[in-house]
Design a protein around this ligand. Structure first.
Ligand SMILES: Cc1cc2nc3c(=O)[nH]c(=O)nc-3n(C[C@H](O)[C@H](O)[C@H](O)COP(=O)(O)OP(=O)(O)OC[C@H]3O[C@@H](n4cnc5c(N)ncnc54)[C@H](O)[C@@H]3O)c2cc1C
Length: 390
């Protein structure tokens, strides 16, 4: 039986997050977006932690709410309704929790999950990309061994990490870094591993901090590892399987979630455009009464509904049997992010000249959503991944 009705709990979560997104996240994000230094807004993260938003996916036994993936997909849409960058910063945390729960060693749960569930607002990073390339880094089936220049060398029972990670979300504000590195002495595709690296590890520093077009509330920077020494217990999961975890664990969750995130931005842009079209008069009537404008709004809304349905289906498919439909996650990512790009451009168009000005919210939505077509594998890389299932 197909049932699109949300449970009471899911509806409550959505309502609470929509309120938080509109009253707290969006007004603060607009200020950070304008700040030339785009200083990280710790206050909003602490408030999110106090409302138990950061800890939503963490099992109750470790201090969280233990929400299933489907609820998280609903939640990320609502956070992105307020601000895409804040949703990215929180979404990476959630994806890391999922990675730890699904593929991490159970003996490490107690060490890292309570930290990420903390009401202090602890954040994490997932660092795969390097300057030598993002697309070549993260797909196991197409992985070219040696792409990752960051090396992990065994020294006694320790590992010593050296290298630089590029474009890393939450770099500089995270307490926990999941770092992907090539293993010295290993060959072939099974030659990488993730390592748990504490934010205060000697030898870990932050390099270039990026000045971005959009999502300026979410920090992005290089992570430099210089002789970072880690005990063996900081190896995540199995040695050799780093890139495999990205393709088979992280992406089936995170790509669909990026789809849902972009649905949230598209919905926000549509709501603003609809309100404006009902107010603004040209040619002696409200612009929504011009069929060209009404049809644009109709297409925006229809596509948002289609995107949301695909994001929900991807979450449902991948949680019912974990990782069962990675291609659906890629489809949700490609469809929703391309759709949200079109919708936000149309929203700017409906606002006319005012849409191009920073006094109105829609130009920020357009800048913010562009990133969703690039990160978590560009949409072309996602299309390549879907084509493997044809
Ligand atoms: C703001 C931001 C935040 C990010 N956060 C993180 C993070 O937290 N952690 C992390 O590890 N990474 C992160 N990334 C990196 C991101 O995933 C990569 O930028 C992305 O995968 C693309 O890699 P690239 O930039 O090296 O582009 P390239 O791989 O150089 O691609 C350039 C172009 O070539 C195309 N292309 C490349 N290969 C192929 C191919 N085989 N077939 C067809 N087309 C191809 C791409 O689609 C793209 O259009 C982030 C990036 C940004 C911009």
């Amino acid at each position: 039986m197909v049932d699109f009705a949300l449970t009471e709990e899911e509806q409550d979560t959505r309502r609470m997050l929509r309120e938080f997104a509109l009253n707290e996240i969006r007004p603060r994000a607009v200020e950070v977006d304008k700040d030339p230094e785009h200083k990280f807004d710790w206050e909003i993260i602490r408030k999110a932690a106090e409302l138990d938003i950061l800890s939503m996916p963490i099992p109750e036994a470790y201090g969280g709410a233990g929400m299933p993936l489907f609820t998280l997909v609903l939640a990320i849409e609502e956070i992105a309704y307020g601000d895409a960058g804040t949703a990215t910063t929180i979404g990476i945390n959630w994806a890391n929790v999922a990675l730890i729960l699904i593929e991490g060693k159970p003996e490490n749960y107690g060490k890292y999950l309570p930290l990420l569930a903390s009401r202090e607002g602890m954040l994490s990073c997932n660092a795969c990309t390097e300057a030598s390339g993002g697309s070549d880094c993260a797909t196991y089936s197409r992985y070219i061994p040696g792409t990752h220049k960051t090396m992990a060398r065994k020294d006694g029972s320790d590992y010593v990490l050296n290298g630089t990670k590029t474009f890393i979300t939450n770099a500089g504000v995270a307490d926990l870094y999941l770092i992907l590195a090539s293993l010295e002495g290993y060959e072939g595709r099974d030659s990488t591993a993730f390592f748990y690296v504490p934010g205060n590890a000697p030898g870990l520093s932050i390099g270039k901090v990026e000045d971005k077009m959009g999502q300026r509330t979410s920090p992005t920077a290089d992570v430099v590892l210089s002789d970072v020494r880690l005990p063996e217990e900081n190896v995540f999961g199995e040695l050799g399987k780093g890139v495999w975890y990205v393709e088979n664990c992280l992406f089936p969750i995170s790509r669909g979630a990026v789809g849902a995130l972009s649905v949230g931005v598209a919905q926000a842009a549509y709501d603003e455009a609809l309100a404006y079209a009902r107010e603004r008069k040209q040619g002696g009537k409200r612009i929504i009464e011009h069929q060209a404008v009404a049809f644009k709004l109709v297409d925006m809304l229809t596509n948002i509904e289609a995107g949301r349905a695909l994001a929900w289906k991807s979450a449902w498919a991948n949680i019912t049997t974990f990782g069962a439909s990675p291609e659906l996650s890629c489809m949700a990512k490609v469809f929703c992010t391309d759709m949200a790009m079109r919708v936000t451009i149309d929203a700017v168009q409906i606002f006319g000249g005012y849409g191009y000005m920073k006094d109105y919210p829609v130009e920020k939505f357009m800048r913010d959503v562009k990133l969703t077509q690039i990160y978590e594998g560009t949409n072309d890389i996602n299309r390549l991944d879907i084509s493997c299932y044809l």
